[in-house]
Structure formats: C-alpha cells, structure tokens
Ligand binder design. Structure first.
Ligand SMILES: Cc1ncc(COP(=O)(O)O)c(C=O)c1O
Length: 654
C-alpha cells in the first residue's frame, strides 16, 4: 500500500498560495514521488493553520510537512501572523517538518527568535523554484521515513548469506523440514527466522557499541521523541529503569521515589545501593486504584531532602493518571535534583496534542518508555530518552552494557525503528482514531445502563484533586458494580463467549487499553459483548475490596544491604494457622509484591510489623487470583526471608 503525503502551504496571499500548490503538484506529477506527496493550501492565521494540521480526512492521507509564507518584505501583520501560525503548529505537531518562505535573511532572524530551532528549512520568496522546493520536501520526508536498522536487516536477509555463526538455528535451517519442530518454522515465519541474526554480522552494527545503523536509528528516534539522545533497550522498561539508576546513583545516594513505582524501580534501588525516601502515593480506595503522589507531599519531600540526587515518578500510571509535571520538575531542578519519569505507559504521548506534554517536554532529564506497550514495537522493546544536560554517556554505556545481552534480538531493534517511523508518519492520525474510539466507547458503554466508564473525577483520589492531574483517555476503566457480575466472572464471560481479553481488573473495575492497533471492528465487537452482558444483568452483589495495603513502616538499613545478607526464613503462618507473630520487628530481605497490582508491600530493609503480616495472610486467604512475589517456599510452606539478629547488628544503621 502506497502512502499519501500532504504538504500544507500556508499563506495569506491567495494568489501566491495557489501558484505554489500548483507548482509543487506539477513537480510531484513529473518527478519520482514514492510517498505520494500532494500540496494543499491553507489561509495564514494561527486558527486556520491549527485546524488544518489537526484535520484527519477519510482519504488516509497524512500531513507530513508545512510550508509557511512569511510574506513580502515589510509584510508587518502578515509576517506576525505567519510566525504565530508556525508557533501554533510546532506546539501542536512537533513531528511535522516545517519550512518558512522568506523575503530575505532579515526576516529569518525574526523567525528564528520566535520559532527557535524547530524550523527545518527556508525557501526564498523571490525564487519560486517549485521543482527545487518539491525535491527538498520529498527528500526531507524520505529521510524522516527512513528506517536505517530495519532497512539494513532486510537487505542483509535478502542477500541470503550462509550462516556459520550464532544463532544455532542458522536462519531457521535447523527447524525446516524437521518432523518434530518444523511447525515452529511455519508458525514463526521464514523471514523472522532469517532476521534472527547476531553480533557476528558487522553490517548490522552493535547495540552495545553502536556506530552504524543502530546509532542512526537511535538518532532518528531522539529527534522524533524530542530527546538529546535515545537508546534502544531490548529488555523492556524494567531494565531501562535499572540502567538509569545505576548511572545516576552511587551507593548511599539519596533518592526520592513513589513507593508505588514499578518493581523494577525497587530493584534499581537494590542494585545501585541508593538510600530511598519513599513517598506515599494517593489511593482511590473505592476502586482499588493507586494514583499519583500528592503535589504537597512532593513539595515537602523536595524541601526536606534537597540533598537527594534523583526523583522518579510514574506518569501516566497504569490507569492513565498523569501528573502536571512541569512545576514538579522545576521544583526538583531548583533543588538540584534530577528527574526520571517512568513513561512505560505513555510512549505515544508525543504524537497527539491531546496527550502532550510529555515528560521531556516538561523538562524531565530521563524518560523510559515501553514502546511495546502502546506503539507497534515488539514486546520487550523500550526506549530510554535522555535530556540531562550533565549526561555522562560513558557511565551510562557501562551500565547499559552491564544489563544488555551480548546477543540482543535483532527483530526487536528493527521493531523500534519501525515503531518510530510509524509514530512520526501516521501516529497522529492513528491516535486520533483511538481517541475517537475511546470517546465513542465511553458513550456506548454508559448507555448499557449496567456498565459505566470512569471519568477523571471518578478516578482521582481525594488527596490529588487540586494537583492538575489529567487522564489518558485511551485507558478505559469500567465500573462493573451495577452489573451484578464479579470481575472474574466478567473476564471469564468476555474471553469465553466473546474472545475478548482485557488489560486488567480490580474488585469492581475492568480496564481496557486502546492503542494504535485498536480497530473499528474490535470496538464494535466489544460494544456488542458489553450490551449482551448488560442485558443479562445479574442480581446486585456485594463487591469485596482487596484488603487495603498497609502503610510503610520504616527502613532499618539500605535495601541493598538487607538483600545481600543470607538471612533466615521464617514461616508467614504459625503452627496454629495464625499470622506468625515472630515476624514482627524483623527486617525483610526481599521485595514482597502482590501481583496485580505489582506494588511492594515490603521492600528489602523494611521493618515488618503485625499489620503487614496479617495483611499478607489475608491476601493469600481471600484473593485467589493474586500472586505474592518474593515469598520463599520451604517444605511447601510460605516463608519470609528476614535478617538474622547478628546480621542486623553488624549492618550500619540507616
Ligand atoms: C510503570 C511501569 N514501569 C515499568 C514497567 C516495566 O516495563 P516493561 O514491561 O517494558 O519491562 C511496567 C510494566 O508494566 C510499568 O507498569
């Protein structure tokens, strides 16, 4: 399928505009035009320009570039309008290529001041060289659409080289024709197996020391996501978080973190040896949903711990709640604290104004994104974006390489290259479609009478109501409590009868994730299923909440110190079947995480109290669908690994 590419020509001068559009389209018809470039005109004022760049027509054409006429010399008001239009376009769609048409270089200074370095190039009004302009625009679009790593991978596979190197399946030859595993060859597909190559192929660069096609692909990603540098990670945001922690934090360095951060963040604390200051996040108890850390808590923590090196926050959260990051980051920076934002669930935000600003746009030093969660990259494919002015690339590289396999999966790297291309070239249109689907689903699901999609106001915990929190509408949380179904029953009905797999649930909600892969027919099938289930409404039921997570107690020592001791294992439940009282006051060596939601109840180094022990026992007894990660199994019984008294005595106190 060939793409169709629009170039918007913005000018107040109707005649000039028509000439340029005609000239560009004549060149497009005459010259090679692989991306189907078509010029269209637009009047020059900020409102019309904004409307034009936000339009998505049924033609499937994607706007890729904008040419703005600054007007003739001394254009005065017209020039000012043009600069405003440029600024508006940059604000709305930073991924678009922007060209200004000037009378002379005096105008250029003005434009540069206002539109900073976001302008990609200039044309001169007097030249009217439409063919030349077409060539430049076509080359610009071709460059943006390049996928250096994916292209090199495809070329190499097409050359059908004999493999005398890893991996052992040698391009799939060990599977092909096998009576035992030949079906895997067919299932995975020949190209996938041929593309499963290794660092033995120098033409494909090295993820651990990129200087060729991987470096080029990462550079394009950095431009697309608005970073100074971007790094591809093939073991998810889980690893990306650890890499940044080890880069920024030395043993003993202070770190501010939301206690509800993903467990990889807590693993990063252990690995780096950092001294954590845990911040309690808000919680919506009615729906069992964790929210952001209240702004007041952050303000206090930054003021009290100005010696902290790093603050890490999750934005947006799993449920789509996103911070008003700008003032928080400014506050942290004023205290000399670097800010990492875990954007595992927010990699798409750069490509739609409804979802922006991104963490980097708000000033974050680092952002980690699971490109695989919301864009088209393969599972495990993530990106680390860096804007830290003091970034130490050597140190980062050492840590990145410590965590990265020397045999990364090349199709993952290619998928990141392709996901970036897609996000830049058609992300806006696809996200716009997803947002419209989300809106439509909200209305339709609410109309069933039995289910209700929760709005920001429903989701917001009380503590953060005044904090400027917003909601990513592509995460749809449905209140099921009027339907009479339990969450488990509903999930079973949806998968069993309707082939619909949802993202997650709490005791009284279901969460659906809309992505750029959501289609009209999936929306229709989901609505049909919800409608039928609503008609079969069951008698009202009582929804039992998951027991409320206990509050943080205190850290007796650094998490890393507790983790690396051998410890001893004590049973969670005593011989009388009661929560083991002997655990009270002991220091936990592991991270204990009920999953879902994946938020630790205990971290290494934390003092255990009777409330926590009872909570864990109650969870095990009442919540069959929850896994408890971090418990040790001894003779079939669940145990907690705790410090021995002599280990505790020998450890430096916190
Ligand atoms: C907030 C957050 N950060 C990081 C991760 C880890 O991401 P990945 O699955 O890419 O390793 C997750 C995964 O669910 C997450 O929810």
């Amino acid at each position: 399928m060939q793409p169709a590419t629009h170039v918007l020509v913005v000018s107040a001068d109707e005649e000039w505009r028509a000439q340029v559009v005609q000239g560009l389209n004549a060149a497009a018809a005459r010259l090679p035009n692989p991306f189907g470039l078509i010029a269209v005109g637009c009047p020059c004022d900020a409102a019309s320009a904004a409307e034009a760049v936000l339009a998505t027509g049924p033609t499937q054409a994607d706007l890729q570039a904008v040419v703005i006429d600054h007007g003739p010399r001394g254009a005065g008001e017209q020039g000012a309008q043009a600069v405003l239009a440029a600024q508006r376009i940059i604000d709305l769609r930073p991924e678009l290529s922007l060209y200004m048409v000037l009378e002379d270089d005096a105008d250029k200074l003005l434009v540069e001041q206002l539109a900073s370095n976001a302008v990609d190039g200039y044309f001169f009004r007097g030249e009217q060289d439409h063919t030349g302009w077409f060539r430049i625009l076509a080359a610009e679009i071709a460059e943006k659409a390049e996928t250096p790593f994916y292209d090199a991978l495809k070329d190499y596979v097409a050359q059908a080289k004999d493999s005398w190197h890893t991996p052992g399946h040698a391009g799939g030859d060990s599977f092909r024709g096998s009576p035992w595993v030949g079906d895997f060859y067919d299932f995975v597909g020949e190209e996938m197996l041929r593309a499963d190559l290794s660092v033995s192929v120098p033409e494909l660069d090295s993820l651990l020391h990129p200087t060729g096609v991987i470096a080029q692909a990462q550079k394009r990603a950095a431009k697309a996501f608005g970073a100074r540098a971007t790094f591809f990670a093939t073991n998810g945001t889980s690893t990306s978080n650890k890499v940044i922690f080890q880069t920024l934090l030395a043993p003993g360095d202070k770190l501010l973190l939301d206690r509800n951060c993903h467990k990889s963040v807590h693993h990063g604390v252990i690995l780096s040896g950092a001294r954590p200051v845990y911040l309690d996040s808000s919680v919506n108890r009615h729906y069992g949903i964790f929210g952001p850390v209240p702004k007041a808590t952050l303000e206090r923590a930054i003021a009290e711990h100005a010696d902290a090196k790093v603050l890490i926050l999750t934005s947006c959260t799993y449920d789509g709640l996103r911070y008003d990051l700008k003032p928080i980051i400014a506050m942290a920076h004023a205290a000399g604290i670097k800010v990492i934002v875990d954007e595992a669930w927010y990699g798409h935000a750069r490509f739609h104004p409804e979802l922006r600003p991104t963490a980097l746009e708000c000033g974050a030093d680092y952002a980690t994104q699971s490109t695989h969660k919301v864009l088209s990259a393969f599972s495990q494919a993530s990106m680390i974006h860096v804007n830290d002015p003091g970034f130490d690339e050597h140190l980062f590289r050492e840590n990145f390489n410590m965590h990265t396999s020397t045999s990364p999966q090349y199709t993952l790297i290619a998928s990141l290259d392709v996901a970036r291309r897609q996000a830049v070239m058609e992300g806006y249109r696809l996200l716009d479609r997803s947002l419209k689907f989300a809106f439509e689903l909200r209305e339709k699901i609410n109309a069933t009478g039995a289910f209700r999609v929760l709005e920001l106001d429903d989701l917001l915990p009380e503590e953060v109501r005044g904090d400027g929190i917003r909601l990513d509408p592509t995460k749809l949380t449905i209140d099921i409590s009027a339907s009479g179904y339990s969450a488990d029953e509903l999930r079973a009905e949806l998968i069993g009868r309707y082939n619909i797999q949802v993202e997650k649930n709490t005791h009284n909600t279901l969460t659906l994730l809309l992505t750029i892969g959501t289609t009209r027919s999936k929306v229709s099938r989901l609505f049909d299923a919800m409608l039928r289930l609503a008609k079969e409404k069951r008698p009202p039921r009582v929804y039992h909440r998951v027991p409320e997570a206990p509050r943080f107690t205190e850290l007796a020592c650094l998490p890393r110190d507790a983790f690396y001791e051998a410890g001893e294992r004590l049973p969670l439940i005593d011989e009388q079947g009661q929560p083991n009282a002997a655990l009270a006051g002991r220091i936990c060596c592991d991270q204990i995480v009920p999953y879902p939601p994946g938020i630790p109840v205990l971290v290494p180094g934390q003092v255990i109290d009777p409330v926590i022990v009872s909570y864990l026992v109650r969870l095990l007894q009442t919540q069959k669908s929850i896994d408890l990660h971090g418990l040790a199994l001894v003779d079939g019984e669940l145990h907690l690994r705790v410090l021995k008294p002599e280990e505790r005595a020998a450890l430096p106190a916190r």
